[in-house]
Design a protein around this ligand. Sequence first.
Ligand SMILES: [Zn+2]
Length: 236
Amino acid sequence: MSAGKRINQLLLLSGGLDSWIAWHYLDRPACAFININQRYLLKERNAIGALCERYETLEVLNIEGPDIGHSECQDGYIPYRNLYLVFAALPFSSRLAMGGVLGDSEDDNNPTFPNTVTQFLAHFGRNQKATLEGPLYSLTKGEAVSWYLRNVGDVESLMLTVSCYSPLPGPCGCCKSCFRRWVALEINDLTDNFAQSPWLAPVAEVQKERVRRGQFPEKRAAETILAFRKRGICIA
Ligand SMILES: [Zn+2]
């Protein structure tokens, strides 16, 4: 893809479950993969490469973003991550889209984030009217997977996506991101080759506690409870 001309719509593609589903949900727009020197960069690149091999229409612009990997926290959180991604992509398109689902609650990944960014950007860029859209924020991760199964149905490609903060190959099953992937797949009767069973990993105890303390939005809590129940674990 030529970086010389402005692209009508550009989806920030991470190689994860959400942005892969968002690509289909938005009727397959052009995509951008941004290198921010994250720990799991190689895994994400490999996933996108494998998806590109299966879908000729998947056009991915590779952008060298700022090196913010060194500010990555142990749990995979990178402060301002999605803001950096937006600014790295803005030179190529003023109509951006990102993955992200209902139940996401990081400061730069939640249902109000796209609108907050759009309002912020309105103060800059002369008359560009840059926008950020998050089409999946009306669906939980489980509902997004369900939508994908009903409307796309390509399970093999879904399984090529990676949502894991470990730099090691494959889904570790121990990180927060693997746990959420497990919940979304489990309630849709799918599973992944997790190195460790997420529902038995230490991360599961943390998630159980968060459900019990009411720290998750209602639907996310319900999906988490259901996934545990399917493994014979009652948490509420
Ligand atoms: Zn993981």
